[in-house]
Write a protein that binds this ligand. Sequence first.
Ligand code: GLN
Length: 454
Amino acid sequence: DAYLSAIDRANEAINAYVVVTHDRAREMARASDDRIAGGTAGALEGIPLGIKDLFATHGVHTQAASHVLDGFQPRYESTVTANLWHDGAVMLGKLNMDEFAMGSSNETSYYGPVKSPWRRKGSNLDLVPGGSSGGSAAAVAARLCAGATATDTGGSIRQPAAFTGTVGIKPTYGRCSRWGIVAFASSLDQAGPIARDVRDAAIMLKSMASVDDRDTTSVNRPVPDYEAAIGRSVKGLKIGVPKEYRVEGMPDEIETLWQNGIAWLRDAGAEIVDVSLPHTMYALPAYYIVAPAEASSNLARYDGVRYGLRVPGRDVIDMYEKTRAAGFGREVKRRILIGTYVLSAGYYDAYYLKAQKVRTLIKRDFEQVFASGVDALLTPATPSAAFGIADQDMASDPVKMYLNDIFTVTVNMAGLPGIAVPGGLSQEGTPLGLQLIGRPFDEETLFAAAHVVE
Ligand code: GLN
């Protein structure tokens, strides 16, 4: 009840929830009470969570913040949310996001932008919460849920966590099932939590992760007790600092943040080593070929027949065209055009195939660093603090928006786990985040090291 009334008071200003499931929340909470009374409480019993609108929730609005999915209420539940409900969690509602998870500022949503609960010192300017999981990050930061589900294709868990002073982890590709999550770029998409602190993130991920027959890329490995990794010493851990992440034009405060993170880990007994990931500079352009290519294919299914919106036409082709023209927003259309172009005959070899080769080189860079005995890497999560809503620079040039993802996309390209953890405040008093990148399926080291930093 406390969370529901907090949402009722604050959501209009923040726009984090697109739907609040009051009745469902109370019903689930009552069932939790019964299980607690009966001594059968699950690991997340009674914990109120917000769910990103990308996760299919049975009988509840699921639109990926797009007009094209108008009125869609799935007859099935995503595996990740089913796992959470199985452990006793309570659903408060569906969270705003960039349309189809495409964006870094949560301004591409059909439901309008999410506003960060943070302000710069002495300023009333509305700041972005980051994207695409901006509703998840803002809701956690504003205490409108105890934790939230999120997804990360190229930074969409870590960048909004960094912008809002929350913790977000993208686990190793395959750790969580993608079944029932609206697909953006299937070879990059992963679910993970955004939470108030590292411990909450560990508890949530344990519940979200599972192997699943319905997602053949999910991995059959036992899910460790991530919470047990918190408090584990980092003494003797080798933490790599990749020099290629010191990008041109990076503000001094980001460099200071990074140096502080290095000092905290060194003081806690970790060994800091300089490393090189030489193909880093190609990650962003390669990502912005691979991700739109997969998106253009995944989004072909929104044709006015199977789901959501249908705009009638003269014939079926005309209906497809009218539905897609009216249903998709500008950024989604841009991705479909880029993706279709790079996959087309004649350009496939020049763009898509090359990007896939670059992807392999990026993955090898990480493999070599980890093979040299490095346990995890420390970088800033983003090249700046949160910017203002309707920032002119970003609005006029999509590439400037894409540059926000420069430190996060490499991790998705290589399928590795990455966590964003608060590392301090900018000169203007807004949050800055550090990122730790780990070996495949070694989320535990990330939780241990992130807990030292937080
Ligand atoms: N900002 C990136 C994009 O727009 C990442 C999105 C994501 O991780 N879902 O593609």
